[in-house]
Design a binder for this molecule. Sequence first.
Ligand code: ZN
Ligand code: ZN
Length: 211
Amino acid sequence: MTFLIVITVALACVILCSVIEGLFHQYILHTPQQKLFGGALYLSYHYHAVEHHPAYRAEHYHRPAPDTEAPISLGPLMWPALMLFTSPITVGVWYFLGWKAGITVPIVFTLYYISYEFLHWHMHFPKKDGSPRWYHAFPPSSQLFKWFDKRHYIHHIADDRNYNVVWPIYDLLFGHYTTDEKVVPWAVRRRKARALRKSQEIRKQLEKKVS
Ligand SMILES: [Zn+2]
Ligand SMILES: [Zn+2]
């Protein structure tokens, strides 16, 4: 029974991790939040959207890491902030479902965060000579890595899709998921159609005023 509870909590945490990752990536790393928390998160936007994205776009996406490469990590404060942010969930699960389920929460969040940093670093930086690392060279890990890598490659071409670096549950739920550069996900299509309709309405209103 305890085993089933722990597995259920772990799966729920993976879903939550993916949703938090997607929301953070979309609304903090790609949206300049100058007022939220007194602008404390604005620097994250600057490092990611202003510096990281253009530096690794298209043909520059995979490139050997220069010795002087600026870190692409989310920084040393991200993991403690994540533990603090999720501590009410940890305490709640611990209290109602026991310590084994409770300790599962920070473990899953930590593993997910390590996966993010590991994958993102390895996506952009092959070995210095440009060849893939051994675990990227052979199946099945090479196929799995290619799937992660392709999604993030598309994100660097069009930053309104594939917000998840790790598991794309958020992207699938909210219509941002694609593994094909030519396929526009449904939420992006809907947003573009809405923007087009709005501009057409304004144009019609202006034409009416003129006539
Ligand atoms: Zn990246
Ligand atoms: Zn991004």
